[in-house]
Every structure is written in structure tokens, then in C-alpha cells.
Design a protein around this ligand. Structure first.
Ligand SMILES: C[S@@+](CC[C@H](N)C(=O)[O-])C[C@H]1O[C@@H](n2cnc3c(N)ncnc32)[C@H](O)[C@@H]1O
Length: 247
């Protein structure tokens, strides 16, 4: 199955790091608060982070009491940044696509993946391997781009607008066609995999997970008053969170 390593593209990497370093972005405003609202107690826990990126989360998991964090990522550039900025004796970074975690010979109490699973074609394979790597009762918590956000190929305007150019609603296409959707995000041809909401959930339950909680975060009214551009998220949530438990 194909794997794209877009975060090692120089132009993409630079723009992505610029976005994440801004104080005001969707991650800081409502993605990360949701992640931490769903986070299990990490005290003394062994954590695996799939698509750990530049390592900031791995360091936070240690600060939340994790005894060990293994962060894996397909991108050498992201891991270089992680090792430079977020090194700790309790963190191990590994350059590995998450499709290969079946080769890891270790168990974890918590597996977390923040905004990386939509880059993976073989979601079912990853879910089955996560189940195997978790200890009994272990938690698998992940966020991904919301399925209403991934069924769009970048052709035409993302929005239907009124005569003043104001967004009326988001356009989506082929929600029921599970496929790779290539679109422009900083650079052309960024590959993401669209799966229906039912597939995301049923794949987990069929592998043996129980669903603990689902979240589709959106900004508060106060945030939108301050940053009107985030009103888009009332039309179309950007993020989907699923917290599940190995039974
Ligand atoms: C949006 S970033 C999120 C980084 C980090 N989890 C965070 O929330 O700050 C997505 C990350 O997933 C990684 N990634 C994409 N496809 C991957 C794959 N198949 N296996 C492992 N990592 C992957 C990218 O290299 C990138 O670092």
C-alpha cells in the first residue's frame, strides 16, 4: 500500500511548522484542549505516539507522568525537530511508518495518535496492530481529520457562497466513496484517505475495542467572536476524536 511522506517536503515542512508555531491556530484553540479532555491518566504509563511529528506532545505526556513514551513518525525532518527540541531520557523517537508497528515487540498502556491516521491507507491494519500492542484495558485515543473534511478533492470552491462571497455551506463530494483524496495544503498533491464515520468506528469495534467517547470539537461563541474565521467549523468540523479501550 502506498505511503506518502509529505512532511519531508521542504516547502510543506516550513509552512506546516510556521502554522503550528502561531499562537492562534485551530490546534491550540480547540484541537489540543479536546485531546487533553479525553486523555486517560498517564501516571506511570507506557505510551506509544503514532505520527508524533515534532515531539511536543511526547514531552507533554512525560510531563503528565508517563514513565516512557515511544514516538514514531514517517518523517525524518519532523523527528529531527523532535530530537532537537523535545528530547528526554524517557522518550524514544523512531523513524517508522505506523503501518509497520506490527514489528514492535513491546506492550503499551496507552496508544495515542494526533492528526495522523488520515494519511494512512491501511487503517484496519493499524487498528489491529494497536490492539495487539496494548495491554488489557489499554486506551487507544486518536484524532483525525473529520470525515466531512476528507471527502473533497480540491476541485472548485470548497464553499458555496452568497453574492457577497460569504460562506453559506461547505461543499463535499462522494462521502460514501472511500478513497484517496489528493488536495492542496501548502503544496499540491497532499494525499489523505477518506473513510466514512461508520468505517472509522466499526473497524475499531470489530478489532475488539469498545468506544469510550467520540468528540467533534468546534470553537466556542467567544472564540468565534474573537476569531471569526473559525466559524467555518460550525459548518464542517475539522477534527474527529475517538477514545476506545481494549476489551
Ligand atoms: C499533522 S502532523 C501531527 C503531528 C503530531 N501528532 C501533533 O499533533 O503535533 C501529522 C504527522 O503524521 C506523520 N505521518 C504521516 N503519515 C504517517 C505514517 N504513515 N506513519 C507515521 N507517521 C506518519 C507526519 O509525518 C506528521 O509528522
Amino acid at each position: 500500500m502506498s505511503k506518502q511522506n509529505i512532511y519531508d517536503n521542504e516547502a510543506f515542512f516550513e509552512e506546516y511548522m510556521k502554522l503550528r508555531s502561531r499562537e492562534v491556530n485551530a490546534n491550540n484553540l480547540f484541537e489540543l484542549p479536546t485531546l487533553y479532555s479525553l486523555m486517560p491518566d498517564l501516571e506511570g504509563k507506557k505510551v506509544l505516539d503514532l505520527g508524533c511529528g515534532s515531539g511536543e506532545r511526547c514531552m507533554e505526556y512525560i510531563q503528565h507522568g508517563a514513565s516512557k513514551v515511544v514516538g514514531i513518525d514517517i518523517s525524518e525532518k519532523m523527528l529531527e525537530a523532535a530530537k532537537k527540541n523535545y528530547s528526554d531520557p524517557k522518550i524514544t523517537y523512531m523513524n517508522m511508518p505506523m503501518e509497520d508497528i506490527g514489528n514492535i515487540d513491546e506492550t503499551f498502556d496507552v496508544v495515542i495518535s494526533s492528526l495522523a491516521l488520515h494519511y494512512v491507507e491501511d487503517y484496519e491494519g493499524v487498528v489491529k496492530n494497536v490492539y495487539r500492542l496494548l495491554s488489557d484495558g489499554g486506551i487507544f485515543l486518536f484524532s483525525q481529520e473529520h470525515p466531512v473534511n476528507t471527502c473533497y478533492s480540491g476541485k472548485g470552491d470548497r464553499w458555496t457562497r452568497d453574492e457577497n462571497g460569504r460562506k453559506i455551506h461547505a461543499n463535499l463530494e462522494n462521502y460514501c466513496v472511500e478513497n484517496r483524496y489528493d488536495s492542496k495544503w501548502f503544496v499540491e498533491g497532499v494525499q489523505r484517505y477518506h473513510r466514512m464515520f461508520s468505517t472509522v468506528i466499526n473497524t475499531l469495534t470489530e478489532a475488539g475495542f469498545r468506544i469510550v467517547k467520540i468528540a467533534e470539537p468546534y470553537p466556542t461563541k467567544e472564540l468565534v467572536d474573537k476569531y471569526p474565521e473559525y466559524y467555518d467549523n460550525f459548518h464542517k468540523p475539522d477534527f474527529l476524536f475517538v477514545k476506545s479501550q481494549k476489551t
